[in-house]
Design a protein around this ligand. Structure first.
Ligand code: HEC
Ligand code: HEC
Length: 293
């Protein structure tokens, strides 16, 4: 159906007397038989229009990428299960209404399910003791429980949402170049050019990214834990985030081309390391012997 047809059909719908006439009559069949050609033509184009609209609508619903907001809308059971988990292991530090507890933990209002996912799936939360540096640990909860916790926190205060469970968060290999560039631009200054991690000032560290899953990388960018900046979807679009993830994961999976990895400190031969370390040992022994004499 062309646009012109559409317009015709629209005009018919809006102004055609047959439709208006018909509304007041009790026997539409009589109307049809009285004015067969005009009514039928209009009825036919109306049917075609409705058919086309239905087809387009249905097709769109089937093909359209599901919107994140709808997809992550959790069921009330999830929220309830999350509330119970929260009351068991988070409430002491984050408060009964997520308002935070002075000296124990910050408010979680507005942190959203993305932050909960990041913190709990990397084992940082629940924090073991207050004041300890929150580092990556084995997560205490299953993926499902983490999503339930997130659903509860989300339901209370909103905030950035964790991407839906079935979302593919890794771009194709054609995006690796872009991903690498974005990584060097936005992440390498803290995490190192090969994502091996690096110390920051004031005793903080930017950890290596070798153990991070796609979803953890994605949520880390969304929420910016601790010293890390938030990379909102305006700064780095979801597509760019996926390119970065593809780059990090590919780099991680790439095998070292022979010999030991040496923490990927760059093009340094093992011989040089042995030589430098060996020299150090030699010097220490010389000093030690010297001191004894
Ligand atoms: C022993 C206290 C303690 C417990 C228990 C605890 N947290 Fe935390 N939580 C903290 C502290 C302290 C911080 C701030 C840490 C930081 O900034 O590195 C924090 C930070 C967070 C953040 C990030 C908040 C932000 O503003 O970025 C989230 C999300 C979070 N916790 C979720 C949880 C969840 C979910 C649980 C339960 C499974 C939990 N926490 C249990 C103490 C705790
Ligand atoms: C200003 C420094 C800084 C920049 C820039 C930065 N990060 Fe981070 N990142 C950190 C710090 C610090 C942490 C540790 C946070 C914590 O432990 O709570 C971290 C943690 C992470 C983690 C969690 C790792 C783990 O152990 O689970 C991921 C994933 C991550 N960053 C990805 C990225 C990506 C991707 C980028 C670029 C888009 C980026 N970061 C840019 C400082 C930075």
């Amino acid at each position: 159906m062309t646009d012109e047809d559409n317009l015709d059909a629209d005009a018919d719908l809006g102004f055609a007397p047959a439709v208006v006439d018909n509304a007041g009559r009790t026997a539409p069949t009589r109307t049809a038989s009285r004015r067969p050609s005009g009514f039928r033509r209009r009825a036919a184009s109306l049917a075609v229009l409705i058919g086309a609209l239905t087809a387009v609508g249905g097709g769109y619903a089937m093909l359209a990428p599901t919107s994140g907001a709808d997809d992550t809308a959790a069921t009330s059971q999830d929220v309830e299960a999350g509330r119970q988990l929260y009351n068991t292991s988070c409430i002491t530090c984050h408060g009964a209404n997520l308002e935070g507890v002075t000296g124990r933990g910050p408010t979680l209002v507005g942190t959203g399910s993305a932050d909960v996912y990041f913190q709990v799936s990397t084992g940082r939360m629940p924090a073991p003791v207050q004041g300890a540096l929150e580092l990556r640990k084995v997560p205490k909860y299953t993926e499902q429980q983490i999503l339930q916790l997130g659903a509860f926190v989300q339901s209370q205060g909103g905030g950035p949402q964790v991407p839906p469970a079935d979302a593919d968060l890794r771009a194709g290999s054609d995006q690796l170049g872009d991903g690498g560039e974005l990584f060097r631009l936005n992440c390498a200054s803290c995490h190192g050019a090969t994502a091996h991690g690096a110390p920051l000032s004031a005793g903080k560290i930017a950890p290596d990214l070798y153990r991070s899953t796609d979803r953890q990388l994605y949520t880390a960018m969304l929420v910016g834990p601790e010293n890390m900046p938030v990379f909102s979807n305006n700064q780095i679009t979801p597509e760019q985030k996926k390119a970065i993830i593809a780059y990090v994961q590919t780099m991680k999976e790439a095998k070292d081309p022979g010999g030991a990895g040496l923490g990927r400190i760059g093009p340094v031969a093992e011989g040089l390391v042995i030589w430098t370390a060996g020299l150090g040992v030699l010097m220490v022994s010389i000093l030690w012997i010297g001191a004894r004499l």
